[in-house]
Structure formats: C-alpha cells, structure tokens
Design a protein around this ligand. Structure first.
Ligand code: PMV
Length: 308
C-alpha cells in the first residue's frame, strides 16, 4: 500500500500558473492505494469518489484518463490487477487530492512491479496526469505531493525545468483547515482568472507584482519562523485573491471567523470558489478554538502543522 499526500498552498496559488513563485507544504491528509491480483484486466475502485471502472472500456471518465496516462508511462497496460483507493483527503477541495491520487497509484505500481522509478519520474507522471484534471496545471501540487515538506516553486513558462527548492523552517506552523464543503472545479477557476486577466491587464499586472513581492517576503519570514509576520502576509495574499475574484462568501466567513478567534492570519488555499481555507494559530489551544468556531458555523475543520 502506498500513500500520496495532500498539500496546502501557503502563498501564490493561481499566480504560479503564470510563472510567479508559490510556497506550498505537504499535510497529513492523504490518498491511499492498494493493489490486489485480478483475473483479467485492470479495475479501479475509488472509494473517495465512489467510482468503479474497468480500464480500457472507452469511457471518458477522469479516472479512466488518469489510469491511461499512468499505464502508458509505466508500460503496464497488459497487466491484470485491481486497485483499491481510499484516504482521508477531501476531494476537489483545494488540498491537492488529484495529485495525491496520481502519486499514490504511481508509487503502488512502482512497489508491486519493482519499476525502480525515481521521485523525479513519479513527479513527471503526476504532472502529465494532472492535465486530466485541468488543462494548465502549474506543477506545484504534484511537486509537493511527490517530494513532501515545504516547497518553493516557480513554473518554467518555456517548458524547461521548474524551479523547486525545499525550505527548512525553525519551527512548524500550527494551522487549522476550514472546509466550505463546496466542491470546486480547478480548471474552471484557472480559466476564470485567465479571462479576468485578459479583460483587465493593468489591474493584473499590479496584482502580480504584489504577489511576487509577497512570496519573497513570506519565504524569509517562514524560514525565520516569524508566525506573526507570516500571518500578516497571509491576510495580504487573501486580499489579492479576493481582488482576482476566486474567494467566496463562505471562504470570507471562514477567514473572518478565524481572525475573530485570534488567528494570526487566514486565507483560501488552492483554486478557491469553494473548497478550503486555512488559518494560522498562535498555539495548540487556539488551534482547537478556531476548529470549534468553524464547526459551529457548519464548516468542516482539520488541525495540522506545516513545515515539519
Ligand atoms: O485547487 P487545487 O488543489 O487544484 O489547487 C490548484 C492551484 C492553482 O494554482 C489554482 C492551479 C495550479 O495548477 O497551480
């Protein structure tokens, strides 16, 4: 059995698609894949999405397309096996569930068939298969899911190697994830941002400039373990995402609730327009308080750390 971890984008979602820097961290939520023998063909039972497929039956389901890419990359099309998928990551919620799914499958096939795939290759497969979920992925999700830890990421817009740097923090940050439980479509959100950018190029140029500066400042403060400053920068990043148009009333309510409970900062994470946000807490007690406040408002909550 192999796991693929979810992620939180701390800074720079959406902006990373355009080559600006992003900072993301792996989290304890995961997708799990286990392989069993099968008499004939390849079947996949995904308990997270409740999808059960016999691969190669010609449907255009995203799970089928994902499997086609992974099988082609690993040259395992002719094998017989059954994959059972489960886990605890909310799906289509901004926590990188699609990248986690692909990584867990690729790692399980690697283990079972002794493919000796490097992390670099797993990451490449995950990036290719991420295109099934949205047509222009930046690569940040698959990178974090494959390599783990806290990652600085810059997409190479000319098709060359992306910039990836693993950051070390003095102490981990305590966060609470709030889940609107509204499923979002990452591809649609990315398309929406592109359309807005085309309509208002001046406004976006300004926002992009601020986003870049913010990410560089955040990198410094994260490494120094300066929670108070990181919190302020998270709030600023949320302000930019709101201007871009990917926040929502539920996400705003979650951010306000967290800040009202004393959080150092709060912002949406991932594509937005539903999905999840997270708040940075001062201590473990406050973490629990924020989680309780989220639940009181009818939202989901999950307590975790980043940068461990
Ligand atoms: O919502 P998620 O987990 O798919 O995150 C998407 C992050 C974006 O920056 C919006 C897109 C991308 O490919 O980086």
């Amino acid at each position: 059995m192999q796991l693929g971890y979810g992620k939180l984008i701390l800074f720079g979602e959406h902006f990373v698609v355009y080559g600006l820097p992003g900072i993301a961290s792996a989290i304890g939520l995961y997708t799990r894949c286990r392989l069993y023998p099968n008499e004939k063909g390849i079947t996949v039972n995904d308990r997270l999405t409740n999808k059960h497929i016999l691969v190669g039956k010609g449907n255009s389901d995203i799970l089928e397309q994902t499997m086609q890419i992974i099988l082609k990359e690993t040259a395992l099309e002719k094998k017989n096996f059954r994959l059972e998928i489960d886990g605890n990551i909310p799906i289509f919620g901004g926590l990188g569930s699609s990248a986690a799914l692909i990584v867990s499958i690729a790692r399980e096939l690697n283990r079972e068939f002794l493919l000796n795939l490097s992390d670099k290759k797993i990451n490449e497969i995950a990036f290719k298969a991420e295109h099934v979920f949205h047509s222009a992925p930046s690569g940040i999700d698959n990178t974090v899911s494959t390599f783990g830890g806290l990652v600085w990421f810059e997409k190479n817009l000319h098709g060359g190697k992306n910039k990836m740097e693993q950051l070390k923090m003095k102490k981990p940050l305590l966060v609470v994830i709030g889940n609107t439980r509204i499923i979002h479509d990452t591809g649609e959100a990315v398309k929406f941002v592109r359309a807005q950018k085309e309509k208002q190029p001046k406004k976006f140029e300004q926002i992009f400039g601020q986003a870049k500066e913010l990410a560089h400042e955040a990198k410094k403060e994260l490494i120094a373990g300066n929670g108070k400053k990181v919190g302020e920068l998270l709030n600023k990043n949320q302000g930019l995402l709101k201007q871009v148009g990917v926040s929502s009333k539920e996400l705003e309510l979650l951010c306000e609730t967290a800040l009202g409970a004393g959080a150092l900062g709060a912002k949406l994470t991932g594509a937005g327009m539903g999905g999840c946000m997270f708040a940075l807490a001062k201590n473990a007690e406050q973490q629990k308080k924020i989680a309780r406040e989220f639940e009181k408002e009818g939202f989901g909550s999950y307590i975790t750390k980043v940068g461990v």
